[in-house]
Design a protein around this ligand. Sequence first.
Ligand code: AMP
Ligand code: ZN
Length: 431
Amino acid sequence: MYQPDIENMKLPEIRKLQSERFVKMVKYAYDNVPMYKKKFDEAGITPDDIQGLEDAHKVPFTVKDDLRQHYPYGIRAVPLEKIVRMHASSGTTGKPTVVTYTEQDMDTWTTLMARCYSSAGVVKGDIVQNCYGYGLFTGGLGFHYGAEKLGATVIPISTGNTKKQLMMLKDMQSTVIACTPSYALYLAEAAEKEGYNAKEDFNIKVGMFGAEPWSEEARKRIEDSLGIKAYDCFGMSELYGPGVAVECKEQNGLHIWSDEFLVETIDTDTGEVLPEGEKGELVFTMLTREAMPLLRYRTKDLAVINYEQCACGRSHPRIMRIKGRSDDMLIIGGVNVFPSQVEHVLMNIKGVGDQYLIIIDRDILDSMHVQVEVTPELFNSPDYDPAGFAKKLEGELQAVLTVRARIELMDPGTLPRSEGKAKRVHDKRKA
Ligand code: AMP
Ligand code: ZN
């Protein structure tokens, strides 16, 4: 463990620390961020009404739109001279949301990232090939500084240039790869095409994968093809960046670093706090953020939190995989469908490749159509029966989703590959 005294804290101790920090943070935000003073005034409360975690539900939520309204310099509790870093998330519409960091925030973030690496078994002496994008996106620099802090060697190769990535994996004998899971799948495929034997030519032991939802089936494919252990890492730019939660050796849920983050699960529609263990929208409060405090930030990410002690020794609660985002949920003919369900079904079927694209359209009724690549093995097999195989996929999808989806089988290598976050859905209704 990177910080055993913190990582080994028991739940009651964690709660006590969270409670103290929460009360302090509420007052700090109220005193230093006009937006919070206003929110509290409107809710008819003051920081004195917040005496501990039991009062958390009284604190008004913060939403993404609050951040957008603070463009360009972000929600800030400190003067600009104290800001040492800015990042921005690429808003698909309008202005990006800007996030700011003080020196102390940078230190916290870097430490949390070092903990994440360590939780996945990365140690000083490891060579980390960091293929997350460097720039305004928090992925690149987040994974970079955390690895350095741990004492590992970083190759800051950033995204893209897949042939060079493969060459470096071989020549540098990188032991850790950090990228999106969709890019890891692509790298494995490209390695084979370029004539590498990933398991023999490369020396990767650990993958640090995150920034987008992925399924257990995708994990298995990545682990098998590259011969590595694939760990799930979760974060978002509003909460420093990557480094909020990570899997441990158990690979059974992502520990949320709860000395720094308070998490609650709420009903997306009503905003009510849900009982422990129920699936809902994750709401985070950063407990020591200096530059940009966020109280009860609604993430739109849907998941279940597990508060049981983990076999690894840590009691920090675990996210049992992000199920998707409430705003990624597709409503097709009145039925809710998550892209992650489609991936789960498809990737379980032998002969299905790693790439798919969900296309939603509306003529009179909504229709769903999924383009799915087949594996080269199936494609080249004399027994390949496209019509029969498509029918089989349609049947399995309908059994799980309850909506009908037309399957269009694609030749291997024909769908677009992504270097960062994959685009798996094309909703023509929004065009
Ligand atoms: P960004 O602020 O651009 O880093 O995007 C953050 C969002 O990416 C989160 O709110 C999640 O929806 C998604 N995300 C990040 N990490 C993961 C992960 N490990 N699993 C699923 N979704 C993730
Ligand atoms: Zn654990």
